[in-house]
Design a protein. Structure first.
Length: 154
């Protein structure tokens, strides 16, 4: 069985300092699939913005055939999602000047596992930011996407 987790470090000093500073939150943020960390652990990125993208992409994936690119903001890394009935295939790659390089073996997991990982990561992030009374346009967009995702028929 494949393990998937989206890790967001909301308990570190870095996270707290980013929140206090204001603006976009930069913290340790990556996927863990089995014992592989993508793009890496640690990996600094902007989870509020990126999770919104991934959730919106998953909603799109529900209603479309084909593959969806899911990018990180920092660096050339992305993972591709392809829905196959009740499962989803994740492929991990790095963009270069003229092509893409696969950097891990693709995995297939139940769609419900992927959906749950996205929602769990969003809940952890939103709850942590609400504890600091953070508000803002990007956070509002993430919350709206999470609400739409929860209400989608999947």
């Amino acid at each position: 069985m494949t393990f998937l987790s989206i890790s967001i470090d909301t308990t570190s000093y870095r996270f707290e300092e980013q929140v206090k500073r204001g603006g976009n939150i930069l913290c340790n943020f990556y996927l863990e699939v089995n014992e592989i960390y993508f793009p890496d652990n640690p990996w600094l990125d902007f989870p509020v913005i990126v999770l919104k993208w991934w959730i919106d992409n998953c909603i799109l994936l529900i209603n479309t055939d084909g593959e969806i690119d899911n990018s990180f903001m920092n660096g050339p890394y992305e993972f591709i999602t392809v829905k196959n009935q009740d499962s989803i295939k994740l492929s991990f790659r790095k963009r270069s000047l003229n092509n893409f390089d696969d950097i891990a073996t693709p995995v297939e997991i139940p769609f419900s596992t992927y959906r749950q990982a996205l929602l769990q990561a969003a809940d952890i992030l939103i709850n942590a930011l609400e504890q600091y009374s953070v508000s803002g346009r990007e956070l509002d967009k993430l919350k709206a996407s999470v609400n739409l995702f929860r209400s989608s028929d999947v």
